[in-house]
Design a protein around this ligand. Sequence first.
Ligand code: GDP
Ligand code: IMO
Ligand code: MG
Length: 422
Amino acid sequence: MKVDVLLGLQWGDEGKGKIVDVVTPNYDIIGRFQGGPNAGHTLIFEGQKQVLHTIPSGIFRSNTVNLIGNGVVIDPITLKAEILELEEKGVDVSKNLLISKKAHLILPTHKVLDKYSEEQKGKAKIGSTLKGIGPTYMDKTGRNGIRMGDTSSPKFKDKYDSLVTKHKKMLGDYEYQSLLSEVEKDWFEALDFLKKVPLIDSEHYINQAINDGKKILAEGAQGTLLDIDFGTYPFVTSSNTVTAGTCTGLGVAPNKIGDVIGIFKAYCTRVGSGPFPTELDDEVGENIRKIGHEYGATTGRDRRCGWIDLPALKYAVMINGVTNLSMMKADVLDTFETIQVCTHYIIDGETYDYLPYDIVSTEVTPVYTELKGWNKDLTALRSMDDAPKEFLDYIKYLEGELNVPIGIVSVGPDREQTIIRN
Ligand code: GDP
Ligand code: IMO
Ligand code: MG
């Protein structure tokens, strides 16, 4: 069997967690391939809500194995907290969670470095979640990182001390001691706690599973426009959030990639700094935020809201080789008389129907097409046969523009509020 991929096509928070949870019964293994606790994936079912940061969103289905792949960066403190929360809800994580030996560790000093880096940038800050993601990936590519597999080595403490010494030199006279004193103890305790989760050679495990005909889904974090190579650089995260990230982040060969499910909202949001051509700094944007509860699942920050952006979505479809789309949060637009869709940008008097190299330092004016809203409550919709015409028109229009079928439509946060079209 080939490995299917599910990932975000916008700036994250598209609803990936919800759809992974919905489709998990079709899979034997769910694997995260990049990112870390900067992610916040929300699952809602049977009246309970769970936000997952590092653990894959298949964890509530007891027959599914959940793998934290080599491309993920792990903060033992947040992972321990996440496991404890799940255990309180009766999920026996030690039975169906695995961690790659090659996943890198986020040290307490990585988080301090993240904060320091953002403070140094001042107004140009990325708006990082401050979870230590950037500094950890920097140490990984700089060949200084520490991996989960190192924790059992007798040299582990030496490695840790030597990396921390390096970090302290980088921090100079920045006041870091108060940020570290308590945390370091908790960090080592959490690492000890994590010993109950098996550490494995995950690339062998995945490839064996592929050969054995197991069904595998790779779960992306963040979104395509936050990708380190293809996102709105430098306002991005520090990993490859796109389909190719599955190959490096789980050890899956490119010819073993199957379907690619691209998740997008019926509008668009972004949290943190950086360009957002269709952002609405007005009452309409505020309405979307309120109706859609657009507040960060990890940091609680207001998410910036705006209309759907086709040039950016088309780019994301291309980069990821998307074969199937899932449209989320259509219900948030239920009360809108009209819906705007950005079809082009105007930059320096020129019209663009694609995402150009630089939308960071130039003024981008979005050009919109107006579609009629459906003006009906979609939250109880369970079959497209009962869908309002204007809603069907919206879907048809987007499918025509993106040239990919919308196989799943989500009309509310609950697992049940999902319509599978194909
Ligand atoms: P992720 O990071 O991509 O998993 O997405 P988040 O969990 O950060 O953000 C998505 C938010 O939208 C969560 O609060 C979900 O519960 C919620 N959500 C998901 N799908 C829908 C939907 O179709 N309608 C509404 N109203 N909310 C949704
Ligand atoms: P999920 O998986 C939305 C954003 C941050 C910031 C930038 C860099 O829930 O969709 P980082 O902490 O990675 O250095 O932050 O990326 N960001 C996200 N935005 N959803 C996420 O994850 C995000 N993870 C990081 O807000 O702008
Ligand atoms: Mg999220």
